[in-house]
Ligand binder design. Structure first.
Ligand SMILES: [Zn+2]
Length: 239
């Protein structure tokens, strides 16, 4: 399924460009936002991004056979919530003028097995022009009183830490929650990308209040706005 981001006019312009098989800088200058359709082939999409553009890879965690965590109260499935937030994040980043590529834009996994899925994700994380990778997840913990967002960065990465702190700062602001520290980790989505990367655990599906919030479109939008603002602040300070 092809999913389009951005204004109608831009989508039409991009359709024409796809037909022409080229994306010239002149065209990019004419469009008000620089969005691209998130097609199945992320690599083909990334080839159409101008050299000087800032490209964010958005990874909606899990998908298909791998549903991820399941909500304790309503049975909400993590993979589906991840995709909703990832789509809203793509909208927000597009509005801010960034290019985005999504690892998946449907509820399906990227491949039939976990290994093949991860291999494909790794290829997308390391598209030659990827400037930043953000992976969206929902948390789960045996202590059901634990709630709120967590942001992880690759252990030992100064850039990852700066990005994570920027995302956490604006995320807590957007959600109206007290500020939290970020967490160093050694996870696939943090270790594999050459570009600075963060994993955002939006909240806890094991916490009843969080589960309700995470399933609400209003809260999902706040999450997307907060993450996008953090990415913008990081990108601007990194020059
Ligand atoms: Zn997850």
């Amino acid at each position: 399924m092809t999913r389009l981001y951005g204004k109608k006019a831009v989508d039409i312009a991009l359709s024409i460009l796809v037909l022409a098989g080229t994306l010239s800088l002149a065209w990019a200058g004419l469009t008000t936002t620089r969005s691209l359709p998130a097609m199945a082939d992320a690599s083909a999409q990334a080839e159409n991004v101008p050299d000087e553009a800032f490209l964010v890879v958005i990874d909606a965690g899990h998908g298909g056979f791998d549903g991820g965590a399941v909500g304790t109260e309503t049975g909400a499935v993590e993979a589906e919530l991840n995709l909703r937030v990832a789509e809203l994040l793509a909208d927000e980043l597009t509005k801010l003028g960034y290019y985005v590529v999504m690892t998946r834009s449907t509820d399906e996994a990227l491949a039939d097995t976990k290994d093949a899925d991860m291999k494909r994700r790794a290829e997308i994380f390391n598209l030659p022009n990827a400037d930043l990778v953000v992976s969206i997840h929902m948390n789960k913990f045996r202590d059901r009183s634990i709630s709120g967002p967590m942001v992880f960065f690759m252990k030992g990465s100064d850039e990852g830490k700066a990005l994570a702190e920027s995302v956490m700062r604006s995320l807590c602001e957007a959600l109206g929650r007290p500020q939290r520290h970020t967490n160093p980790e050694d996870l696939f989505v943090l270790r594999v990308p050459k570009a600075p990367s963060v994993l955002v655990e939006c909240g806890f599906l094991s916490n009843a209040a969080d589960e309700r919030l995470l399933a609400s479109p209003e809260y999902q939008k706040k999450l997307a706005e907060g993450i996008a603002a953090g990415i913008r602040d990081y990108a601007e300070s990194a020059g």
